[in-house]
Design a protein around this ligand. Structure first.
Ligand code: SME
Length: 146
């Protein structure tokens, strides 16, 4: 899995094609990863997360201000957030009623927050330490193309 991510990052595709391919690889590798996508920071729009490449159902949340929802909180804290049961959160932005849990991992480039990897699951509490470890590795690899 990580070999394929590395080959994608080093390969000939353009940036968005690489991000889409990484999202597809993750979704294919883990059955409870139902929506996999990237939110990215644009230098011209500070304080905002913009939806990047993703696989899964289309979402209305194409722009998320820092602080809002799980994604916006991770933008503020720059720390991975694991939500095993989204129904227990107040500040949650629902993309799809089937989603029960979510993990969001920040992507830092040279110490600067540049985006995040967001995964939604239809399973309740599916995430273990292995997910955080895997996704933080992937986020570090992806930072090379951001
Ligand atoms: N649930 C996220 C919004 C993004 S969708 O999951 C794709 C949140 O609360 O920030």
């Amino acid at each position: 899995m990580l070999d394929k991510v590395a080959a994608t990052i080093d390969g000939p595709l353009n940036r968005d094609e690489k991000l889409a391919q990484v999202a597809r690889l993750l979704r294919e590798a883990v059955p409870y990863y139902n929506w996999v996508g990237f939110y990215l920071v644009d230098a011209g729009r500070p304080g905002e997360l913009l939806l990047g490449p993703f696989v899964g159902r289309a979402t209305e949340h194409v722009s998320i201000p820092f602080g809002r929802g799980v994604c916006g909180r991770v933008a503020d804290t720059e720390q991975t957030m694991v939500v095993q049961n989204v129904s227990e959160l107040d500040n949650y932005l629902s993309c799809d009623a089937r989603v029960r849990s979510e993990i969001v991992v920040p992507i830092l480039k040279d110490g600067v927050f540049v985006g995040e990897l967001d995964i939604d699951s239809h399973a309740l509490a599916p995430f273990a330490e292995g997910d955080t470890a895997l996704l933080e590795r992937v986020a570090a690899m992806v930072s090379a193309v951001l």
